[in-house]
Design a protein around this ligand. Structure first.
Ligand code: ZN
Length: 84
């Protein structure tokens, strides 16, 4: 009986350790996602200023979307406030 309990606890501990590692990985990925989102935002600011925009109607825009035009070169919306 003691042996069965010991094996059970060992199994639980193994699963707990796996979850600790998974949570560490998830946290690292969150940091990576945040870093990449920040870089994309920074790049979009530069793209907005440097692109020779050619505005076209966004075919996917809905009637209540605030901006209905995108640039056919850089795919940014025709609203600088989105990128400041
Ligand atoms: Zn553009």
């Amino acid at each position: 009986m003691v042996c069965i309990i010991y094996i059970y606890m060992e199994c639980v501990q193994e699963l707990l350790n796996k979850n600790i590692e998974h949570n560490k990985t998830i946290n690292q990925l969150y940091v990576q996602i945040t870093t990449l989102q920040t870089e994309i935002k920074k790049n979009n600011k530069q793209i907005w200023d440097k692109c020779d925009h050619k505005w076209k109607r966004d075919e996917l825009a809905m009637w209540d979307d605030k901006c209905k035009y995108i640039c056919s070169n850089c795919l940014l919306y025709k609203n600088k406030s989105y990128y400041t």
